[in-house]
Design a protein around this ligand. Sequence first.
Ligand code: PMT
Length: 405
Amino acid sequence: MNTLQGKKIVLGVTGSIAAYKACTLIRLLVKAGCEVQCVITPSGKEFVTPLTLSTLTRKPCISDFFSRREGSWNSHVELGLWADAMVVAPCTASTLGKMAHGIADNMLITTYLSMKAPVFIAPAMDLDMYAHPATQDNIELLKKRGNLFIEPREGELASQLVGKGRMEEPEEIVARLQDFFYPHRRLSGKRVMITAGPTFESIDPVRFLGNHSSGKMGISLASVCVKEGAEVELIVGPVSMPLPQSPHIYVTRVTSAKDLEKACDAIFPKCDVGILCAAVADYTPAEVFDEKLKREGNELTITFKPTTDIAAKLGKTKRNDQQLVGFALETTDECAHAKDKMQRKNLDFIVLNSLRDKGAGFGVDTNKISIIQSDGTVKEFPLKAKEDVACDIINHLCEQSGFSS
Ligand code: PMT
């Protein structure tokens, strides 16, 4: 979903080598439908020309208080009222200091001081400058005043040193803005527990019993919940895909069904919602062999014992103010099995996906689901990207639970 269409952005550019990335940032913002007005500091002009920025934004880039040629002055007050957001990218240590202490000696700072819209700051500097207590104190002060920081990355810096100080990539900055303008935030103030991925049950030090869950469905749910304003407790089994980086996602890594059970027992009581998307082993070896099993004879018999049904256990202790959502992965008699699971486990609703549907279930980037509600009615959805499927599930959760923005 493009949430940036029609948004007015003031982009502040300061004197850092990362100023060249401002050009890509403008192109991405314009492509997303934004109107961009650049304001550049005197030292910013040493790194990228106002002409380049003006050409990309199709608006004159502002750098001075006055336009000598036209005999007019540039109104920082008007810019402060015009913008939907201000983004300072790159932001040097010097500009950070001036923003923190109100040193209004250039057009960018006067615009910042007049700004009515939220301000995003993407620092870019050498690692020692970034780590210096003066810089860190300025950042803390600006954060306390509600400015939104887009943390720099670790990496190779212009000084050829390696460390934290590289400005975040333009694509990520745009993604942060997209998230910020996400319209609903119906889960603001809510804590949501999500389980994702497979479990691995050890047989011996080398082998395990696992399944094909990649974690994609659960991780997409976590991302959508964060966009909706939730704090997310993501309990994730052994997956290889990268987890979303967000200060609103708290990750607990687990391996076996027993680990998952312990994590859910500890975390669910402090949550408003639990979404159980993990593919949990129903059986685990009765005995884990201390040594690697040797190839002997024609047959190998391993005895398995049932694991705890975590969903059923949580369903028993669930409070009235908590919602519990399960998944059902079926191959036959899908609806009947899913309804039975929903009732047995005392779930508020269950999301059914069938391995008989092409493009649904494990591993793939898409899914095709039906949501079965507690009164037995079924809502069917077409095949979609897992991120869109996650939106459908969270929409249903919000509608059913009366969560609103
Ligand atoms: O990770 P992906 O590759 O994106 O794939 C997504 C998925 C296919 C794994 C996901 O969409 C899904 O269907 N997850 C649930 C898989 C599953 O274990 O379904 P089930 O029908 O066996 O279990 C029913 C419910 O009980 C599930 O909510 C499950 O988390 C829970 N359960 C199962 C066993 C157990 N011991 N404890 C449980 O809590």
